[in-house]
Design a protein around this ligand. Structure first.
Ligand SMILES: Nc1ncnc2c1ncn2[C@@H]1O[C@H](COP(=O)(O)OP(=O)(O)OP(=O)(O)O)[C@@H](O)[C@H]1O
Length: 347
């Protein structure tokens, strides 16, 4: 996810021995948190309820004030900023989108640029650009009110609004938590595609390990008492959980979860032969987990891997087709056996 070059606008975020103790609390909500989120990466904060994820997030834009240590964005301490100005310079997306119900979609997105004193033309252009970016054309959606949108569309407006002033950093607190599972997957995919283009530094709170593995370049797992249990890439976290707590938190099926991180295209495939035509076919963009599911569903010990089309999600593409040609003229790249999938997953 972070192989492309980072745009100048993204900035890293450093938590440096950060502590937050709420007034009258017996113990800290966040206890000695140190981690660095590199510019342009998505960091997911994951952990049980009450472990301090939201508090850690809200300290970045000073909705919660730190009581110890420091947070630096692009090398500059957040305490050097006026809190209101800081908040305007950071995108913030929450589960209940927080859109103003009495304002149109266009006016909702325009709020911060207007406060920043942008001229009318610039605000209008930016609103159109952002709505386009999140797939809601301004001509159709700009003049609607939030109540006239679906939950998924409102969430996309929330993201567009957070991006309005082109902030280097975005904070997202369970942004997709209120969506049904199908809409949620779609909005996650859309956000990842958007992130590929805009490359902001993102901190994202979730309580869902699958979402964290899918969205995160790195995952910070919190334990009770606001302590950081592990901070690693999804791959390392699933392969080498630091302790029993992390292992339990990521789940007994972490081996399976790891299979979601590798695509068939990354395997050394066995060259296709005409005898493979009966094997179930799947796009090269699909994950090893999807390939395994297909083998189990079809009762085979291999799949035929097809060239994935443009932007194709790489899902199951069906069996059949002559020789190297699959349905719709897709080319067979080779086959992947159960053994190859298992070995790659264990690597
Ligand atoms: N404004 C507040 N005043 C006092 N205590 C608070 C406040 N906000 C949170 N806390 C306490 O701080 C601790 C961490 O809360 P926080 O909301 O950061 O956890 P979380 O990991 O985001 O939880 P969840 O997954 O349930 O949202 C909890 O014990 C909570 O009760």
């Amino acid at each position: 996810m972070s192989t492309e070059k980072t745009p100048a606008s993204a900035q890293d975020i450093v938590f440096d021995h950060v502590v937050k103790t709420y007034p009258n609390a017996a113990s800290p909500a966040v206890d000695d948190l140190s981690l660095t989120v590199s510019a342009g990466e998505i960091c997911v904060l994951l952990g049980p309820s009450g472990s301090g994820k939201t508090t850690a997030l809200m300290m970045v834009n000073r909705l919660a004030e730190i009581t110890g240590g420091d947070i630096r964005i692009g090398g500059r301490s957040i305490t050097d900023h006026d809190p209101i100005e800081l908040r305007r310079s950071i995108g913030y997306v929450i589960q209940q989108t927080g859109l103003f119900p009495h304002l149109t979609i266009a006016d909702n997105i325009a709020t911060v640029p207007k406060v920043l004193g942008w001229d009318k033309r610039r605000v209008k252009d930016r609103v159109a650009e952002l709505l386009d970016l999140v797939g809601l054309p301004v001509a159709e959606f700009g003049r609607r009110y939030p109540s006239q949108l679906s939950g998924g569309q409102r969430q996309r407006v929330g993201i567009a609004r957070a991006l309005a002033a082109d902030p280097p950093v975005m904070l997202m607190d369970e942004p997709f938590g209120a969506l049904d599972p199908i809409t949620r997957e779609r909005v996650q995919d859309e956000f990842l595609a958007l992130h590929e283009r805009i490359r902001k530094t993102v901190i994202f709170v979730s309580h869902d390990i699958d979402e964290a593995v899918k969205m995160g370049d790195r995952i910070a797992i919190f334990r009770e008492g606001g302590k950081l249990a592990q901070y690693d890439t999804p791959r390392t976290l699933l392969k080498e959980p630091a302790d029993e707590f992390v292992a339990r938190f990521v789940g007994a099926d972490r081996g399976l979860k790891r299979l979601t991180l590798t695509r068939l295209a990354e395997l050394d495939l066995t060259p296709a032969t005409s005898g493979d035509a009966a094997l179930p076919a799947i796009g090269a963009d699909a994950s090893l987990r999807a390939a395994l599911s297909l083998m189990v569903a079809e009762g085979t010990d291999a799949v035929r891997v097809m060239e994935s089309g443009d932007g194709g999600g790489g899902g199951e593409v069906g069996a059949g087709g002559e020789g190297g040609e699959g349905p719709g003229g897709a080319k067979a790249l080779g086959t992947a056996s159960l053994d190859a999938v298992r070995k790659a997953g264990a690597a």
